[in-house]
Design a protein around this ligand. Structure first.
Ligand SMILES: [Zn+2]
Ligand SMILES: [Zn+2]
Length: 310
């Protein structure tokens, strides 16, 4: 049975160097039975155990780029998928230019492999795949090595209006028929259309924007999402460093969230120079632009996708 869960399981939140309190990156987005594992950094397999998720929860592995903090956990995860005999298909998206790295990580040690994982190398300006009930999109970012961000979109639907259904005497299986066929014919011969008994319901969405400078595709990825998970490696005092190394500051993340109409902003990928005590400074800088909810991600926490807009 498909679990109707929409939440981010945070597995790791450190940039290049893991710390006593932060594992390398790792983000499992659970969405109605799909499990998008973004950027399994070193130690992800064990973090999954600590977080109470398993290899069976993973349906996609999405690597943004081949810096170690975003991919050194691939060997452990792919070997665990084989060991646990995951029977469903698992797709693996990663920058095509890093094919050599992917192959090494995919076959890093001896193990009894299975055919569960299908590679989906990404190139070009925009790539979209159907992924269960949603669409997964990849777009290129701006970083010293080729990097792609991802977003997940639920298709727009319609919200049924119970009072309109009742007024027309539509109940039980007729509701399903109305939704499938777009109209139903009543006993007296009159036709009721779906539009009479429902209103448009915009789909929900989430985006993962890892290592990048500000660029147009950051905005394309984050546009209108309910949940934005975005790197904020540095505070503004290090903005020059951030730009040089292809990273964002918390203030820039806040500007993106404001400009894109994001609902819940999750800051992560923190430089090892900062401690938990610095988290309020990240929030403060992002909040200068963004008035919505800001979460500074911590390992082994869960962040729900915000409830659907009424
Ligand atoms: Zn990184
Ligand atoms: Zn990087």
């Amino acid at each position: 049975m498909t679990r109707m869960t929409r939440e981010l399981v945070v597995l790791g939140t450190a940039s290049a160097v893991p710390t006593r309190h932060r594992n390398h990156n790792g983000y499992l987005l659970l969405w109605d039975g799909q499990g998008f594992l973004f950027d399994p950094g070193e130690g992800t397999q064990r973090q999954m155990t600590m977080a109470g998720v398993s290899a069976h929860d993973v349906t996609w592995i999405c690597v943004t780029h081949f810096h170690g903090d975003h991919c050194l956990g691939v060997p452990g995860v792919v070997q665990r998928i084989a060991r646990d005999k995951v029977s469903h298909a698992v797709q693996a998206a990663y920058p095509a230019s890093g094919e050599t790295y992917w192959r090494r990580l995919r076959h890093a040690a001896a193990f009894a492999d299975t055919s569960a994982i299908t590679p989906r190398p990404v190139s070009g300006d925009v790539v979209r795949w159907p992924a269960g009930p949603v669409t997964l999109t990849a777009r290129p970012l701006s970083h010293p090595v080729e990097s792609y961000g991802y977003r997940v979109d639920e298709p727009d639907g319609r919200r049924m209006l119970p009072e309109e259904l009742t007024a027309r005497g539509i109940a039980g299986p007729m509701i399903g028929e109305l939704q499938r066929a777009g109209s139903v014919t009543l006993g007296d011969g009159s036709v009721v259309s779906l539009a009479d008994c429902s209103v448009p319901r915009p789909g929900q969405s989430a985006a993962i924007v890892m290592d990048t400078r500000l660029c147009d595709d950051v905005y394309a990825l984050a546009g209108g999402v309910d949940l934005l998970v975005i790197e904020s490696t540095f505070l503004s005092a290090e903005e020059a460093l951030a730009t040089e190394y292809g990273h964002l500051t918390a203030a820039q993340a806040g500007q993106v969230a404001r400009d894109c109409g994001v609902r819940r902003l999750v800051l992560t990928h923190f430089s090892e120079r900062y401690s938990f005590a610095d988290e309020p400074r990240f929030v403060e800088e992002a909040a200068k632009s963004f008035g919505g909810e800001i979460v500074t991600a911590r390992d082994l926490t869960r962040v729900p996708v915000p409830r659907r807009r009424p």
